[in-house]
Structure formats: C-alpha cells, structure tokens
Design a protein around this ligand. Structure first.
Ligand code: WT7
Length: 652
C-alpha cells in the first residue's frame, strides 16, 4: 500500500490464478510459446520502424511502394509515406487473387432468422456496385458519408465502397437519436447519409428512416439520402433527396477498380463521446490502420484459414470497424454478422447461433457476459458449443468471476480467453494475450502486442514502480494510432499528447504486476480517493461481482467531509433478495476480499445500471446521483434513460 497523499493508485486486488493454453491449442497456434512471443516482441521494439516496414511490404498490396516508414511533420504523423494502397483492395481483390474468391466472407443472420452468405467474389461485386452508386450520387474522394444502418451486409458493403473510392465514412450506431445524428452530420459536413427503412431489434422495427428524416431537417450539408429496404415499414421518400438503394444499384456497373490512395488518406471518422461536451470525431487513415488491424487480428485471434469468426459488436463501434470488417477481411477470414439482440426470441440466441454456424472464435463484451450469467446457465447448456476454440472480450475490464464463468461455461475450460485492451483512438488491440503463447490471468489484458510500448506514470509523468497503479501511456507511435479529432486539432493535442510529453495518454489507469502482466484499473477520472488512498473502480466492483448473489456492480466516489471521498456502489442483484441483509453481507464480503478501506459507505440496489449504448457503465452519471446532484453533462450516449430516472427516484 502506498503512503497517504501519493499520486499513485493503490492495488488491492489479489488475483493469482493462471491459465495456460491447452496443449491442443498450442499445437496448432501460430505463435506457440512465451519465448516465441518474446522474440517477436523484442525484435519489434529493437527497431520498430524496420519491423513495421517489413510487415507493410509483406502484408499489404501497394499501388506505389512507400519510401519512409514513419515521420513526424508539422501537420502530424505519416506512416508509409509516398506509398499508395487501398484497404478495400486489400480486403477484397487481394483475397480473390490469393485464391479465396469462393470462400465465404460474410455469413449473415438477421434477427427474424433470415440468412445470407457472401463469398469474397460476391462481396467484391456488391462493393463495386455500391461504389459506382456512390459515384452516381456525386460522391468523390474526400467527401464524408454518414452511415446509419441496421447490421445487414449492406453496412460493411457501404463502408468498403467508401474506402474503395476514398470517401470518408462516419458510421453512426443505429441506436442513436436524431439529435446525435444531426450533430455528427454537421461536425463532419457529410454530403450523403446511407440508411434503411428500419432495422429489427427484439422483434420490433426500429424506424431508422423516420429518425434520419428528423435529423436531416437540421443537417444542411446532406444532399442525398440513400435508403436500403429492409423492414418494409411505411416511410416518406423526399423527392430530389431520397433514393432507394435497389433503384440506384439496378443499373450500375459491376466493376469499380479501387482508387490508389496516398497512405495518409483519411479512411473514416468515428465519433466517441467525450466525458463532457460534444462527441469527438476520431480520425483514422488508410495504410497504417490497414496494417495494424490486419496484424493485430492475426496475432490476437491466432487466425486459421478455416475459422468461423464471430464478433458480436455493431459496425457502429470501432470494434465493428477493426474486427468485423477490416482486420478479418484483410486476412481472408469468414466473419459472422448478426443483426439483432442476444435475447430474441430467447436468451439462448447467441448459443444457438454458435451451434448452428459452428463458430470457432467468439469475441464479445463483459456487459454481455454478465447478462448471460444473470439469465442463467440453462440457456447455454441447451447447445453444443464444442466448435469454439477461442474466446475474446473487449470494451471494459472483465471482472474475474465473469471471466471464470466465460472460461468454464462457454469455453469448457478448453478455450483461451483474450482480454483485449484498446480504444477507438488506438485503431486496434494494444494489449492482449497471444492465446497460444501467454498464460492468462482473469482480469488482466496481460501483455502488449508487438510494437507497442506501454508506460505507466504518476501525476508528474514519472514512471511508477511495479505493482503501483498510474496513468497508462504509450511511449512509441504505432501504425493504427488516431491521426486527429475531426476539425479540432487543439483538442487532439491537448487531450492525448500534452500532459505527458512525448507519449500518448490513454486516459486509463493501469498497473504492471511482478510477472510483467498489465491490469487496467479504469478511467483516470473514475478513481476514488478515500483518505488519501486512491482506489480503482474495477477492483471494488470485481470484489462485489465475486459474490454469488451479485450480477453487476458500479463503484464511484462521492464527496465526504472526513475521508475526501466515500465509496458509493450500485449493485444489481441476481435474485430479488436485495435488502438490508444482503447489503450487510456484501459489505462484509468486500471487507474480506479487499479490506476495510474499500467497504462501501453507501450500497444501493438497482434493477439496472446506466450504460452507454456500447455497454459501458456510465460512472460519471452515477457520481452525480451518489452526490445527490442532477446528472449533468452529455447523456446522448446513454442507452436507457429510464434507468437514470429510476435511480433518482430511489434516491428520494
Ligand atoms: C476504453 C475505450 C476498444 C474497443 C471498444 C471500446 C475501456 C476497453 C478494455 C479491457 C479494461 C477496457 C478502457 C478504454 N476498455 N477494453 N479489455 N479492459 N478496459 O472502445 O469506446 O473507445 O473505449 O474502454 O477504459 O480506454 P472505446
């Protein structure tokens, strides 16, 4: 434990379980020992530029070779300077050239149970047609295109079509409001929005086009609106602006050669919510992002040619960009896409999908895993999950108990779990076990990927000792790094590159343990300071979740005159036993797991926690509630507003 007043973060979590990959997994793995990982990693940091340069030559198709691997200029950074490539070419044409024309690229399942499959050749054709359609609508290189669609194959097709002609896509998650869409259209000054009449969600039609209509009354830059027919609900088509996709694509050419693009040509903008203020348009570019998503996919998922890979994210998030579309396709993978909810028509939908499609790799989020635990094991046990060989998580820290459940119930103790730490800004996975090489520890994202150098520093920017928490930084540039915030270079510099000179500031806290494993401790802003001890939210939450009656927990600090901050926790119990008795039991449980220091001062039961639409707990809102304040700041990303109202009511 560190001294009072230290700017470091105390580490109170004890997790010593270690899970090596099985011999069967190791036997087939591409990187199959700790030594093999270390050799690769050492080479990558000895001469990082040579390392990335060689991979870029070997792994990407170049219309024109690059001359410089990396350079920093007045206008930012350049990776693979002078080179020309195209990510859509790498994902499609290069795969067909490599003999994968008849291999299935996407297996798609709609929520109502409809199916479609697209081979690489078919996907190539669809992308070319869409790209020609975009051109017909007047879209040119550099134009911004908003995409607000259900998870149908046309969504990745639209992304790849933009990439093919150098238009910049901005995918807006299908759960966002008209207000949020308009804000994003305006910030990007998008010319076109691609949408659908509707999408299926829990058996109901989400009226996407109606929502877009509202947004377009406040989006002056939008000239046309391209509409996919999906749910056949009644919609208004505004003459001169709205175009049916099937009409547009009816008479276009089936070939559209990929445009050779300079390496730093912007590929997409993806908006993430800042903790306050307006959303940030994170900008990624062509060549560096192509290489980083391709390599990270290959390494982390130990990708093998016959894998059926399923990532349960939505294309509206970075995970959907990097690991449903660009990373997997650049490796010639078969990717499963599912349109709907995990509990429709029943709570076993995911396991039904795994069984029917013989999924071998499953990549999902801790929030989903906690929901499955709450729904009960019977939904899992109905299905044959024996095709699975590898599991992954992303988006938040995974509480060790949820990890163990995933390992035992889904992975049958046979599948390694890759806990992947990264951010919209990083473009791809930064830390994760390479599954055939690194034994896992529940709750740790383990080690950095090749070429990535994490550094943990205190408030003054000095490196902290092993086993002390501090701010996680990345001390060398990597090809997938963000290239800016759209239209706000000052914010980009200020937020990521100024606080710790020469390093990228992630905004997360982390700790390195004695075995060289990294543990993410949550967002810097979420640290709870109790009597000079700085505690991480994830540790308190994990202690609570390790109690058999707890499904989910969120910990926040609230002002306290004596201690500085007191700990307030919000708990979702598994059964309806929430009450004083369980409250007492949970406080004792935290005392036993962590110590008296971390015992919550307030413990409230709640039916649900406020989450972002991507499933992250919004602790910022809970802090306000715990302090008895109105929740302030941006709530546009909140998934379910009734949760906030309910929490406030409980307060009264
Ligand atoms: C933030 C980034 C990464 C794609 C989806 C989310 C948290 C993400 C982990 C993990 C602990 C994690 C971090 C990070 N986070 N993965 N494996 N362990 N925390 O992207 O919305 O940009 O969020 O999510 O706090 O900074 P994002």
């Amino acid at each position: 434990m560190t001294a009072e007043g230290s700017s470091q973060i105390d580490n109170v979590m004890q997790e010593s379980r270690l899970f090596p990959p099985t011999p069967e997994f190791v036997a087939k793995a591409k990187i199959n020992s700790a030594d093999a990982y270390q050799t690769l990693y050492d080479a990558s940091i000895q001469d990082t530029e040579a390392f990335w340069g060689k991979l870029a030559e070997e792994e990407l198709h170049w219309f024109r070779p690059f001359e410089t691997v990396y350079e920093k200029t007045e206008n930012g950074v350049g990776w693979f300077v002078e080179g020309q490539t195209n990510i859509s070419y790498n994902c499609l044409d290069a795969q067909i050239e490599a003999g994968r024309g008849d291999k299935v690229a996407f297996i798609w399942e709609g929520e109502p149970g409809d199916h479609r499959q697209l081979t690489y050749r078919e996907l190539h054709r669809e992308v070319c047609r869409m790209a020609n359609g975009l051109k017909k609508l007047g879209i040119e290189q550099g134009d911004r295109v908003s995409i607000y669609m259900p998870m149908t194959p046309e969504l990745p097709v639209a992304m790849l079509a933009c990439a093919r002609i150098g238009a910049i896509h901005s995918v807006i998650f299908g759960g966002f409001s008209a207000e949020a869409i308009a804000e994003r259209n305006n910030d990007a000054e998008a010319k076109l929005i691609i949408t659908a009449d509707g999408g299926w969600r829990r058996g109901k039609v989400l009226p996407l086009k109606n929502i877009v209509d509202q947004a377009l009354s406040k989006s002056p830059s939008i000239e046309s609106c391209l509409v996919l027919r999906r749910t056949e609900n009644d919609i208004q088509m505004q003459a001169g602006r709205d175009v049916w996709m099937h009409d547009l694509l009816d008479e276009v050419d089936e070939d559209c050669p990929a445009t050779p693009l300079d390496a730093e040509t912007p590929l997409f903008i993806l908006y993430t919510s800042g903790s306050t203020g307006k959303p940030k348009g994170i900008k990624h570019t062509t060549a560096g992002y192509s290489l980083y998503t391709k390599m990270s996919f290959k390494w982390v998922f130990d990708y093998q040619e016959d894998d059926i890979y399923w990532c349960t994210a939505d294309c509206g998030w970075i995970t959907g960009h990097s690991y449903m579309v660009y990373g997997p396709l650049a490796n010639g993978a078969t990717v499963l896409l599912y349109e709907g909810a995990p509990n429709h028509p029943a709570e076993d939908r995911f396991w039904d999908i795994v069984e029917r499609h013989k999924v071998t790799i499953l990549y999902t989020a801790p929030t989903a895993i906690r929901a499955f635990i709450k729904w009960g094991d019977e939904h899992v046990e109905k299905h044959d999950l024996s095709t699975l060989r590898l599991l992954g998580t992303v988006g938040e820290g995974i509480n060790p108990e949820a990890w163990i459940w995933y390992h035992e119930k889904i992975g049958a103790e046979r599948c390694p779990i890759v806990d992947t730490w990264w951010q919209t800004e990083t473009g791809g996975i930064m830390m994760s076990p390479l599954p055939g090489a690194i034994p896992t520890k529940p709750g740790s994202c383990t080690k950095p990927l090749p070429g990535i150098i994490p550094t943990i520093v205190d408030e003054e920017g000095n490196p902290v000792d092993t086993n002390h928490g501090g701010m996680l930084c990345i001390s060398k540039p990597w090809p997938g790094m963000l290239r800016g915030i759209w239209g706000d270079e000052a914010r980009h510099q200020e937020q990521y590159w100024s606080k710790v000179p020469g390093m990228y500031l992630t905004g997360d806290n982390a700790r390195l343990d004695n075995d060289g494993y990294y543990w993410i401790m949550g967002r810097i802003d979420d640290v709870i300071n109790v009597s000079g001890h700085r505690l991480s939210t994830i540790e308190v939450e994990s202690a609570l979740v390790s109690h058999p009656k707890v499904a989910e927990a969120a910990a926040v600090g609230r002002p306290d005159e004596i201690k500085g901050q007191a700990i307030a926790v919000f708990v979702t119990a598994k059964d309806a036993e929430a009450g004083d008795e369980l409250r007492q039991e949970l406080k004792l449980h935290v005392r036993k797991e962590i110590g008296a220091l971390a015992v919550p001062d307030d413990l409230r039961f709640t039916a649900a926690l406020p989450k972002t639409r991507s499933g992250k707990i919004m602790r910022r809102l809970l802090r306000d509630i715990a302090a008895g304040k109105e929740a302030t700041g941006d709530t546009t990303t909140l998934e379910d507003f009734s949760v906030l109202a309910q929490l406030r009511q409980d307060d009264e």
